[in-house]
Structures are given as structure tokens and as C-alpha cells.
Design a protein around this ligand. Structure first.
Ligand SMILES: [Zn+2]
Length: 481
């Protein structure tokens, strides 16, 4: 490398250290966030679970989705039961089809609106969160700056005393702003080891925060994200729980001695807020496509075998892969950050829900496995065992095509195949369909605890594995597709 080029690289790195991660993506539009509409009611919506479908049934249900907009919480596949989420208006059509096909079904729940009361205890019954008032602090230059549309007062911190964790924080699903405040608080309380920065802004202009835990020295890194799919509330809750354990539990010291940790609690920040304010079961981002439909499935939008399977080219579909790979500013922000860190990252974990599965690459095609598939399964099994030992929650380990269905454009495939992170997994958290996306908030702590134990066991085993190698902290020996 010529001296000039070397200086340029050094200068750029210095710039990153001073101002944080590069943020070169322009926002498309911030005006939409001011629109306030009434929250969609799910009164009378039912979740039906069919008996396993036959080969002949599958196209009927896919057609029902495409033509009549019938919504599923699972995917129509042969030999698998199907979870159909139906409005009162569509119920007779769905029941008619089931009857014509001779398919039995159970009613998992009769009223989605009622289920939501179990999911989230009323705000009035939970104690008020106590946080240090942001306005009283001199924010670090690297802190996330909060967006004005969130200044509704509901989840903004009241003036008060500082506390590491408000006692009820993990008794409820928290809003975007509360989670950002929480992470910011962790950073303020641990300025020498924890930082909280923005990796860029969403389509609607919300900052996407990343928490970094680095206790010093050159270490390999672990990257964790949550909240890719808006309605999977247990994901940001679990990731926030893990963040708190890593920072505040003294027993986590070995984990932060071994690795630097990079944690993005909510990727799809716009969609996540939208599920709290407008539509509880929204899945996608909130970008607007040319035909007027909203959103792209961010976990079909990553640029590795993009759009090859398990996604849709229809902008109104829940699994719309977008007009091109990385069309979404949120996947761009995440992808750019991972690429910036890729040489030190050894493990990527992305959290989804539901079905209790530890998914191993590749997700894009049934017939293809990475060369080190057995090693990936070995480490995943260490995590699964630690998770199951905690409360007996059962998980399956395997590829998405083997356990669910092929789906291309997922972040876990991209993290391994394109970014070259050797170990990459997607976890489908609780439950197995009793509540589905509406998992009651009283399961947050248990889900957080068992999942943290899994992450801790995997990190420790990974560290041992890396130590055995001659050059433990380079990714040069990865194969990529
Ligand atoms: Zn998901």
C-alpha cells in the first residue's frame, strides 16, 4: 500500500472513531411519521390451525392468500399444519375452503383483541418507569438523538432518579423510545466500556441505535440484532434483556472479557412503532412502493441469493422482497455496519419469533448446505442445550428449508455468505403457536433468561474453538458461496 493510501485509511478510521459509524444514506421522506391514525381493531379475528396439508391443498391456500388476501402466521407447506389468521369477514370463506378440502382445524384463539390483553398488561397497572431525564444530561456526541415524533410523553422518561433497571421494565413490551433510552442509560452508566450510537436513520427518520460493549484490547466480535419483523415483539424484548445481562450482571464478565459485543435491539424501528400505534400485526418496513402499498420484508431484502425463494415480487405481500436487494434504508444501515466490522465478527445472531427453532444457514435453498454445516450445527446445539436446561423450553436445530421453508434474502444467510462471518444463526423465539406473535409479556423474563444462557454458552464454546485455531481472530479461512 502506498504511504498516501495508508494515511487515507488511517484518517478514515480516525474519523469513524470520532464521529461514529459512517452514515451516508440519505433519508427518503420523514413527513409520514406525522400521520396519526386510529389503531386497527382485531376484535373477532381468529387464529385457526389446520391439520397437516396435502400436496394438493398447498396451491389452494397460496391462491387464497394472493387473490383474497387471507393472512397466515405460518406458511402453506405440505405435511405441515397451517396457522390462518382470519377476520370475521373472511371467516366463512376460509371455513368453506376447509370444508371443501375436508381439512379439520382447531381454533387457537377466538378473539385476537382479547389475546392482546394477556399480551400486554394495561399501562396503569404497571409502575411508572423511572429514568434519568435526558434533558438534564449533556449527551455524548455519539449518543442517539431522539426524534420529535416520539415526544408524546407516553414512554419518554419522567424527571427522576437514576436506576439501572426500572423494576417493571421487563414486565411489559416497551416502545422504541423506551428501549433507546434504556440502551443510552447503560452507556451513560458505563462510559469506559459501553457506547450507544446511531448506525443511521430509518425511512421515517428514526435513529437505529447500536450498543457496543468493549472492555479494552483487541478482541473478536459478536453481533446481535432484533426487531427485524415488526410484530415479533419478543425479539427486541429479549435482545434488550441480553444487553442488560451483559452490562449489569457481574457474572457476565468472562463474556465481555472474551468478546466485543455489538447489539442492535430494533432493526425495523418504523415497523415496530407502527405495531404499537396502528396495527399490532404489521410485519414489514414502512417505505411506500409505487403502487401505494407499504413496506418491504426486511428479512427478504438482503443481497445474497436475493429473491430466489420464499418471497414475493408483489408490493402488497407480507413477504415482498423489495424492488432490489438492499432497497430498504434499514437493511442498508445494518449491512453497512456489519461490513465495517466484518473482519472481527465471528458470530452473528438475529432474533425472530415464533416456533422455537435455531436456524442454521442456508435459508435460500433446500438442496444446499455450507461446507462447515456440521460445525455450525455443533455450536448451535451447544446453545440449544443451554437454553433447554434453563426452563425445559424445546428447540429444533436445522436449516430453514428443512424445518420451515426456503426463504432467500435473510440477514443470516447474507452475514455468512456475503460478509463472511463464520457462525451465523437465526433464532425463532417462543412460543410454538399457543399465542404466536401475541406472547404474553409475563414470558419476557423467562425467554430472556433462557436465551441469554444460550448466547453465553455459545460465546464460551466459540471462544474455545477460536483459541484452538492458529490465527483465531481472522476470517481468512471462511468459505463463501
Ligand atoms: Zn421474523
Amino acid at each position: 500500500m502506498k504511504p498516501f493510501a495508508l494515511w487515507l485509511v488511517l484518517l478514515l478510521n480516525l474519523a469513524y472513531i470520532v464521529v461514529g459509524y459512517p452514515s451516508v444514506i440519505e433519508l427518503n421522506d420523514v413527513s409520514q411519521s406525522t400521520t396519526v391514525t386510529k389503531r386497527k381493531s382485531y376484535a373477532g379475528y381468529k387464529l385457526l390451525r389446520t391439520e397437516p396439508l396435502t400436496t394438493g391443498n398447498v396451491p389452494v391456500f397460496r391462491n387464497l392468500e394472493d387473490v383474497h388476501g387471507i393472512n397466515y402466521w405460518t406458511y402453506p407447506l405440505e405435511n405441515r399444519s397451517l396457522d390462518i389468521f382470519t377476520s370475521p369477514k373472511q371467516l366463512s370463506r376460509v371455513q368453506g375452503v376447509l370444508k371443501d378440502l375436508g381439512l379439520d382445524h382447531d381454533v387457537v384463539f377466538h378473539d385476537a383483541e382479547e389475546i392482546m390483553h394477556y399480551e400486554q398488561p394495561p399501562q396503569a397497572k404497571a409502575k411508572q418507569l423511572v429514568w434519568e431525564d435526558d434533558a438534564q444530561n449533556t449527551a455524548e456526541p455519539s449518543d442517539v438523538s431522539y426524534q420529535s415524533e416520539n415526544a408524546t410523553g407516553q414512554d419518554m422518561p419522567p424527571t427522576g432518579t437514576t436506576r439501572a433497571v426500572a423494576p417493571d421494565f421487563f414486565n411489559r413490551y416497551q416502545r422504541y423510545n423506551a428501549i433507546m433510552n434504556f440502551a443510552s442509560q447503560l452507556a451513560r452508566e458505563n462510559p469506559s466500556t459501553v457506547s450507544f450510537q446511531s448506525i443511521g436513520r430509518s425511512y421515517e427518520g428514526k435513529d437505529m441505535g447500536i450498543l457496543k460493549i468493549a472492555t479494552g484490547g483487541s478482541k473478536p466480535g459478536i453481533f446481535i440484532d432484533g426487531g427485524m419483523h415488526a410484530r415479533e415483539w419478543i425479539s427486541p424484548a429479549t435482545v434488550t434483556y441480553i444487553m442488560n445481562k451483559l452490562v449489569n450482571d457481574p457474572k457476565s464478565k468472562p463474556l465481555t472479557d472474551m468478546f466485543d459485543w455489538y447489539i442492535v435491539p430494533i432493526v425495523n424501528v418504523d415497523g415496530y412503532e407502527y405495531t404499537h400505534t396502528n396495527d399490532r400485526y404489521w410485519r414489514k418496513t414502512r417505505s411506500r412502493s409505487s403502487n401505494g402499498c407499504y413496506g418491504v420484508d426486511p428479512n427478504r431484502n438482503f443481497g445474497f441469493h436475493w429473491a430466489e425463494s420464499g418471497s414475493s415480487n408483489k408490493p402488497c405481500s407480507d413477504i415482498y422482497h423489495g424492488p432490489k436487494a438492499f432497497s430498504e434504508v434499514e437493511t442498508q444501515n445494518l449491512g453497512r455496519t456489519i461490513l465495517y466490522l466484518k473482519d472481527k465478527l465471528k458470530l452473528y445472531l438475529t432474533f425472530h419469533a415464533y416456533s422455537q427453532m435455531w436456524l442454521v444457514p442456508w435459508g435460500f435453498a433446500k438442496s444446499q448446505k455450507p461446507q462447515d454445516y456440521n460445525e455450525l450445527v455443533r455450536l448451535a446445539t451447544v446453545g440449544k442445550n443451554a437454553l433447554e436446561r434453563t426452563y425445559g423450553t424445546r428447540y429444533s436445530v436445522g436449516t430453514a428449508p428443512d424445518l420451515l421453508y426456503p426463504a432467500a434474502g435473510g440477514s443470516d444467510d447474507w452475514a455468512k455468505g456475503a460478509a463472511g462471518i463464520p457462525y451465523s444463526y437465526c433464532l425463532e423465539l417462543r412460543d410454538k403457536g399457543r399465542y404466536g406473535f401475541a406472547l404474553p409479556a409475563n414470558q419476557i423474563k423467562a425467554t430472556g433468561e433462557e436465551t441469554f444462557n444460550a448466547v453465553a454458552a455459545v460465546a464460551q464454546e466459540l471462544y474455545r474453538t477460536l483459541k484452538k485455531k492458529e490465527q483465531p481472530f481472522t476470517n481468512a479461512d471462511n468459505e463463501s458461496d
